[in-house]
Design a protein around this ligand. Structure first.
Ligand SMILES: [Zn+2]
Length: 221
């Protein structure tokens, strides 16, 4: 894996020597709010290392580790893109570290991997900089994606056994300020996704026990 040189930051492959410093950064309240992790931050960082299909770099500034940036391919049909996620030590906030790191990784993904579309969690560090690269639409962080795959091995609609090309759906659309979190997303087959998006079908029930019904359902929510 290559080293990516930004304007002021350097992105390089993470090694086990980085774990204590990464654990320290992840334990700061600002980072923990979004990345979670329990009492054992070292274990949480090691889990990040083991994440499948994810390519991760540590962010260095002046030779010091100040954060983590990762990306993964999203291969959903018609929506091929790369998603990025990042955390930066609050101690260096305001110095353009997040901007520089995102820009550097974005350039790499476009130039070296041929992506045309990139997304990043809109809550990630330095939202203003991120907006320059992506529309803050429907990014699904890796952890949420995994949780959804476990919860919805098949289409979330009752009686639908389809497990092919499942699409992640926001129950309340992003355009209506729906959040990208486990309580507002589920997986649908493309047929049911279309019915919901274009056919006026309505989601009923609660998180974990939902169904999709036609607009003229006799027993609406
Ligand atoms: Zn279905």
């Amino acid at each position: 894996m290559t080293i990516l040189q930004g304007e002021s930051v350097r992105l390089r492959p993470a090694t086990l020597d980085d774990v204590p410093e990464l654990a320290r950064v992840r334990a700061t309240p600002e980072v923990q709010r979004r990345w979670r992790g329990g009492d054992d931050m070292v274990a949480a960082v090691l889990e990040d290392f083991r994440e499948q299909d994810t390519t991760a770099y540590v962010i260095e500034l002046d030779g010091r580790v100040v954060g983590w940036i990762q990306w993964q391919a999203e291969e959903e049909p018609d929506y091929r893109h790369a998603s990025m996620d990042i955390y930066v030590d609050p101690a260096v906030h305001g110095r353009g570290v997040g901007t520089d790191a995102v820009r550097t990784l974005a350039r790499h993904l476009i130039d070296d991997h041929g992506y045309h579309r990139l997304t990043i969690d809109p809550a990630a560090d330095n939202a203003a900089a991120i907006r320059a690269y992506t529309k803050p639409t429907r990014t699904i962080p890796a952890k949420l994606r995994k949780a959804l795959e476990a919860r919805y091995p098949t289409c979330g609609v009752r009686g639908c056994a389809n497990d092919q090309f499942l699409e992640i759906d926001h129950v309340v659309p992003v355009a209506d300020r729906g959040c990208t979190e486990i309580g507002n997303v589920w997986r649908l087959c493309s047929h049911h996704h279309r019915l919901k998006t274009y056919g006026g079908w309505i989601v009923i029930g609660q998180n974990g026990d939902r169904d999709l019904v036609p607009p003229d359902d006799p027993d609406p929510p």
